[in-house]
Design a protein around this ligand. Structure first.
Ligand SMILES: C[S@@+](CC[C@H](N)C(=O)[O-])C[C@H]1O[C@@H](n2cnc3c(N)ncnc32)[C@H](O)[C@@H]1O
Length: 295
């Protein structure tokens, strides 16, 4: 795959973290390290977590190419839902980083994942229906299509894809259990719901629903955010960039609750969205929303 992941809301997110010299920041979604690199360039230090071993290898390579010194960052393999348990792995010499001046989540998949056909995230590229961000997970998207009942498939597409043709799709899928590739699934969805709806491919929501389920994305986020608040220093900020309404709702509601419990302040009354220029240059940023909470 060509080039590194194009970081969404890069300047806005790093400004929001108000990076201070030699303070530690926790990047829970390292990816290609775009956001982390910017924190380091502003003299911060980073513990970067990712559940995908390839992301760690690529970020490590990128940081060396950029001449970043090893003592400015530490990369940790794991799921951010285990955030607190993962932090001992960020031990450097005598010291373990357990408190941070800021925490960042840039949710969803990276270009690496999206554009590698064998990972199965993209309906435009023929590949196995896999969709695991963490390759050690047991269940792939194709397994869900085989084992879920008609009603479970319907609920999956309705709840996690907000797909209005969920019932028709669930019906079609129970008689096409042998579907194993991304393009086969995309074609089947096209047959059931018709061609393109505006700029959005008809299979977008089905793929989103399967990906969220395979990676337990909503549960992981709900479990990680309270841990992020715990490891945050007073006056530190949590910055979350999300890409669909289900994630954004979790973030928005939790931030509101924290405020009502006197845990801190919601900095973003309305979410920060990418500029038109950013959307034109990077269409993936179109649905991005960033919310900020200060402890
Ligand atoms: C959108 S990319 C991050 C891109 C990064 N900010 C950059 O600028 O290069 C999201 C990354 O988060 C990782 N990720 C998603 N969910 C995760 C989870 N629950 N735990 C750890 N990493 C996760 C994915 O594997 C992916 O590499």
């Amino acid at each position: 795959m060509e080039g590194y992941h194009r970081s969404v809301l890069l300047g806005e997110a790093i400004d929001a973290l108000e990076v201070k010299r030699d303070e530690w920041y926790l990047d829970c979604t390292l990816g290609d390290g775009g956001h982390s690199l910017e924190i380091i360039k502003r003299d911060g230090k980073v513990v970067g977590i990712d559940t995908d071993p390839e992301a760690l290898a690529r970020a490590q390579k990128r940081f060396s190419e950029e001449g970043i010194k090893e003592d400015r960052f530490k990369l940790v393999l794991g799921n951010f839902r285990d955030l607190k348990n993962l932090l001992p792995a960020s031990q450097r010499g005598e010291q373990t980083e357990t408190k941070f001046a800021g925490v960042l989540f840039d949710l969803g998949v990276s270009s690496l994942q999206l554009e590698t056909p064998e990972r199965g995230f993209s309906f435009g590229k023929e590949g196995p229906l896999d969709m695991r961000m963490d390759p050690s997970l047991q269940v792939q998207a194709k397994d869900l299509l085989q084992v879920l009942s008609r009603k479970e498939l319907y609920e999956l597409f309705k709840n996690l894809g907000e797909e209005k043709y969920s019932w028709a799709l669930a019906n079609a899928l129970v008689s096409a259990r042998e579907i194993k590739t991304t393009v086969e699934l995309a074609r089947m969805v096209e047959r059931v719901v018709g061609g393109k709806r505006g700029k959005v491919h008809p299979a977008t929501r089905v793929f989103q629903a399967l990906r969220i389920a395979v990676n337990s994305e909503l549960d992981s986020l709900s479990e990680a955010l309270p841990q992020a608040l715990e490891v945050l220093n007073k006056n530190g900020r949590i910055v979350v960039i999300s890409f669909h309404s289900l994630e954004d709702r979790i973030v928005k509601n939790l931030f509101k609750r924290w405020k009502s419990e006197g845990m801190g302040e919601v900095i973003t009354k309305k979410p920060v969205m990418p500029s038109k220029m950013e959307v034109d240059e990077n269409p993936r940023s179109r649905s991005a929303k960033m919310r900020i909470f200060q402890k």
